[in-house]
Design a protein around this ligand. Structure first.
Ligand code: CP
Length: 313
């Protein structure tokens, strides 16, 4: 693997999922692989799981880790040819090259504005690091995608399914804040790659980017969509068409025990209790959110392992 900015960077998905499960059983097997190698993690936005699990994954492989909350550094300029006589102090061209002297791998988290669709869709922060850094880049959630979370979710479903082709439903939920489409985008892309019967359910107006959902089934009737589900992935996202808008906060879309039936409940976390999902679901044996959170380490570790193996070639 040369970079991990998108799930299409995985050359063999089923082999990668198997490697991740194997790393979970033996996390220190490759503890020399990352010796004298440094992961620099850059956070333009908050994180709990991605930050800690990716650091743990790197340390399991023997890597050094440095973390920069980018808002504590010089304000970066991303436009080419700008006269930098206002707020920005350092151009991404210098910053990415400088960081490449300290890092063997750079990981970046940068959320969308949810105001300027064109700019968000260009994923200019992540792609500028890809363009100007001289080391591999990992996407720790960009404006449009969260491939580490999607790999985690595929690992979790693979571990827990009792069927060859389980039914998986992505179900929209209400939320008081406008949230990005990154997690559902990557989840949809991943479900299109693994052996599942997949369906998306949301109120009208919350259609994701049709270039991503492609031929995935969309059912506007949540009850009908959830029928016979094995895994239900609940997530809020703001409107893609009316970009970044909250069109509905309809509480009837909240996940309840009655709606979940016998399915397993999935969520990337953090989750707003009794808004997105009722307490009883999160506290039931059907919730696998902690397995997901735990698997974040092994998704990051398998990605770092494959990047390091390529660096060591
Ligand atoms: N799921 C996830 O990416 O969590 P954090 O935002 O806490 O990293």
């Amino acid at each position: 693997m040369k970079k991990y900015t998108d799930i299409s960077d995985i050359s063999n998905l089923s082999e990668t999922i198997m490697q991740a499960i194997s790393l979970k059983n033996n996390p220190f097997l490759y503890s020399e692989l990352g010796k004298h190698k440094t992961l620099v993690m850059l956070f333009f936005n908050a994180s709990l799981r991605t930050r800690l699990s990716t650091e743990k994954a790197a340390r399991n492989l023997g890597m050094e880790v440095m973390i920069l909350n980018v808002n504590d550094a010089w304000q970066l300029e991303f436009e080419d040819g700008t006269v930098m006589n206002t707020n920005t102090s350092e151009h991404i061209k210098e910053a990415a090259q400088v960081i490449s002297h300290y890092a063997d791998v750079i990981a970046v988290r940068s959320f969308p504005t949810l105001k300027d669709k064109k700019k968000d869709e260009s994923d200019y922060v992540l792609n500028s690091f890809v363009k100007y850094a001289s080391v591999p880049v990992i996407n720790m959630e960009s404006s449009t995608s969260h491939p580490l979370q999607a790999l985690t979710d595929a690992i979790t479903i693979s571990e827990l399914t009792t069927k060859r082709k389980p039914k998986v439903v992505l179900s929209w939920a209400p939320h008081p804040k406008a949230l990005p489409q990154a997690v559902p985008n990557s989840f949809v892309e991943m479900m299109q790659l693994i052996e599942v019967d997949f369906c998306i359910t949301h109120p009208k107006g919350y259609e994701l980017n049709p270039e991503i959902t492609k031929h995935s089934q969309i059912n506007y009737n949540q009850d009908a969509a959830l029928k016979d589900a094995d895994f239900v992935y609940v997530k809020n996202w703001s409107s893609y068409k009316e970009y970044g808008q909250i069109l509905s906060q309809d509480d009837s879309w909240r996940m309840t025990q009655a709606k979940l039936g016998d399915a397993k409940f999935m969520h990337c976390l953090p989750v707003r209790r009794n808004v997105v999902v009722e307490d009883a679901v999160l506290e039931s044996n059907q919730s696998i959110v902690m397995q997901q959170a735990n698997n974040r380490t092994f998704a990051a570790q398998v990605v770092l392992k494959q990047l390091l193996e390529n660096l060591n070639k």
